[in-house]
Design a binder for this molecule. Structure first.
Ligand code: FAD
Length: 320
């Protein structure tokens, strides 16, 4: 089933659904690692589960002669395999994330064909970030530069339009596409208005729904939704929540995602003597956020699990 239909059902029944995002495990681990994160969350009946995509990284290895050798590695492969495993084992729709970064348009097309053949009907279309060792995002020479271009390519395939224009009577895919939105503005966007302008373009290109970047102050989400509606964005906007789990994240999250931490949360975390106490503060904060968002009638709450399910389980057990 398509995510847009799951959302429509939730709106119709006025019942907020629970969903979450997982990361593929580091290379070398097996699929059981993933199942052990998903199993405890299945009692909350997620209608769909997102699986992130991790592009290549450059690492430098010292050779015996002392020179450094540049190597290209993918530390967390397996997105499509995990999605198929999820659909087979749990009969739940899996949403693979697909990036512009690191892909030529040909790679993208082939990736989409694989997913279509595997019975995956949903994708989250993202630009991706710069390679870790680079300052700016650089698209592949023959790749998509922005998520909007990727959405357009997926929509072309949904119309049976492949890159090779000589293909005749080609099969149409029918992907439902989600895109990312930033309540506190994407870190590279020169202004809120410009970010909103390009978000609308992704939706006008055919994306069906938005999942937001994490936020810790619900007012940022409410204001964002109001701005989107004023700008003519009518599609559902699913809030993304991440429970804070370590003291380091107080600085890491604002730096990496350009997201503010409310002062009350910062003070609560600073008071904590142990990581366990911080995790508890994160859980309680996320529960309060969730309850307010449910009261506001959001169709789905989407949790960033970052590969750990214990805190998400505690939140879901209280909220759903
Ligand atoms: P875009 O929508 O392309 O926007 C990127 C920037 O360019 C924005 O500042 C935007 O305002 C601007 N812009 C957009 N279109 C244009 C245009 N035509 N001309 C000029 N400027 C433009 N990253 C991963 O690597 N893997 C994942 O699995 C992953 N999952 C994510 C899931 C969610 C819900 C979110 C919120 C983010 C995720 N990310 C993931 C991170 C994401 O890849 C980064 O935030 C990335 O920097 C931007 O991606 P985007 O799709 O929002 O880009």
């Amino acid at each position: 089933m398509k995510v847009k239909d799951h959302i429509a059902n939730a709106i119709k029944t006025k019942k907020t659904e629970f969903s979450f995002e997982i990361l593929p495990p580091l290379k070398g681990q097996n699929i059981e690692t993933i199942f052990s994160h998903i199993d405890p969350l299945m009692e909350f009946n997620p209608p769909f589960i997102d699986v992130t995509y991790h592009r290549e990284e450059y690492i430098y290895k010292e050779r015996p002669d002392g020179l450094l050798e540049k190597k290209i590695v993918r530390k967390r492969p397996g997105t499509v395999g995990i999605c198929t495993a999820i659909q087979n084992k749990y009969q739940v729709d899996a949403v693979p994330h697909v990036l512009c970064g690191g892909f030529t348009k040909e790679d993208t097309e082939n990736f989409l064909i694989d997913m279509d053949f595997l019975g995956i009907e949903n994708v989250m279309a993202l630009r991706g970030d710069a390679v870790k060792s680079e300052t700016y995002f650089k698209p592949n020479k023959d790749g998509n530069a922005y998520a909007q271009d990727l959405v357009e390519q997926i929509m072309d395939l949904n119309q049976g339009k492949y890159l090779d224009e000589d293909l005749l009577n080609s099969a149409k895919t029918s992907f439902c596409v989600g895109v990312a939105g930033y309540p506190e503005k994407h870190l590279e966007a020169p202004s809120i208005e410009s970010d909103l302008h390009f978000l609308k373009k992704k939706l006008d290109a055919g994306a069906e729904y938005v999942v937001t970047q994490m936020f810790f102050d619900n007012q940022k989400y409410f204001d964002f939704v109001a701005r989107c509606r004023k700008a003519g964005i009518t599609k559902p906007i699913i809030p993304g929540l991440k429970p804070l789990a370590t003291k380091k994240q107080l600085n890491l999250i604002p730096q990496r995602f350009s997201v503010d931490m409310p002062d009350t949360l910062v003070k609560e975390v600073i008071k904590c003597k142990t990581t366990e106490a911080i995790r508890q503060v994160g859980i309680e904060w996320s529960i309060a956020q969730s309850k307010e968002l449910i009261k506001a009638g959001v169709p789905v709450l989407h949790y960033y699990s970052m590969g750990k399910s214990d805190n998400i389980k505690k939140i879901a057990a209280t909220v759903f």
